[in-house]
Design a protein around this ligand. Structure first.
Ligand code: HEM
Length: 201
């Protein structure tokens, strides 16, 4: 591909309209991919705030595997199965890019009671011992057109979520549970923004 910088007009040109469309589409996908990852982190934190015992278990795993002197890094991820289970369960319940998959027939495929026991409950334990590969999760799509960013997304979400769990003791502001209503953008954000109080002893 030939990319030309047009100095007078101060803009980058591609040598065909098809290339321009291709590069624009890639930029959109990268933006949507980044958005999907950050939306997934917010859903995971919201679910953890509503399930303090799961949060405590994740913190215990991080403290045992990584310790309290440093933040989680990429090499630790393979030793943090429970953190992965939380991410898998979050993606099953709130897949961050449902509107990217126009060829999916059922909008509730990720909560199918024929596939998942008690599908609407947040139970990361259901993935225990399953060795789930990110690319095999339905929220990343299936087959040849499945998400090429699934591995990256799992790492980014794992590192960000792990660091947030390590660094703060997350608590809800009051007794009331976090509202888990779904918004309507492409990456299915939370309808209501996540508010929280947090501290780490
Ligand atoms: C939690 C985060 C993410 C989720 C849930 C997600 C989900 C999806 C889904 C459902 C598709 C459509 C698959 C299909 O058509 O069957 C898709 C496509 C795609 N995703 Fe992701 N994605 C995420 C993160 C990312 C990241 C981080 C990147 C890249 C940096 C990325 C790049 C792409 C690209 C380029 C496509 C289009 C593939 C094609 O049409 O051939 N995604 N993603």
């Amino acid at each position: 591909m030939e990319i030309i910088y047009n100095q007078r007009q101060r803009r980058i040109q591609f040598n065909s309209p098809a290339q321009t469309i291709g590069v624009a589409a890639a930029a959109v996908m990268l933006t949507v991919g980044t958005d999907a990852s950050s939306v997934t982190i917010k859903w995971a934190l919201s679910l953890l705030l509503n399930h303090p015992k799961v949060l405590e278990k994740a913190q215990t795993e991080l403290d045992a595997q990584v310790g309290t002197e440093r933040l989680v890094d990429e090499h630790d991820l393979s030793n943090l199965p429970y953190l992965h289970n939380i991410i898998s369960e979050t993606l099953q319940l709130y897949p961050a890019a449902p509107m990217l998959v126009p060829h999916e027939l059922s909008d509730d495929f990720h909560r199918d009671p024929n596939v998942w026991d008690d599908p609407t409950s947040f139970k990361p334990e259901r993935f225990e011992g399953l060795q789930v590969q990110p690319s095999r999760l339905v929220p990343f799509g299936m087959g040849r057109k499945s998400c090429p960013g699934s591995d990256l997304a799992q790492r980014v979400v794992g590192l960000a979520l792990g660091s947030l769990i390590q660094s703060f003791d997350w608590k809800r502001i009051g007794e009331e549970e976090i509202d888990l209503a779904e918004g309507t953008r492409v990456s299915m954000p939370k309808a209501k923004p996540l508010e929280k109080t947090y501290f780490r002893n």
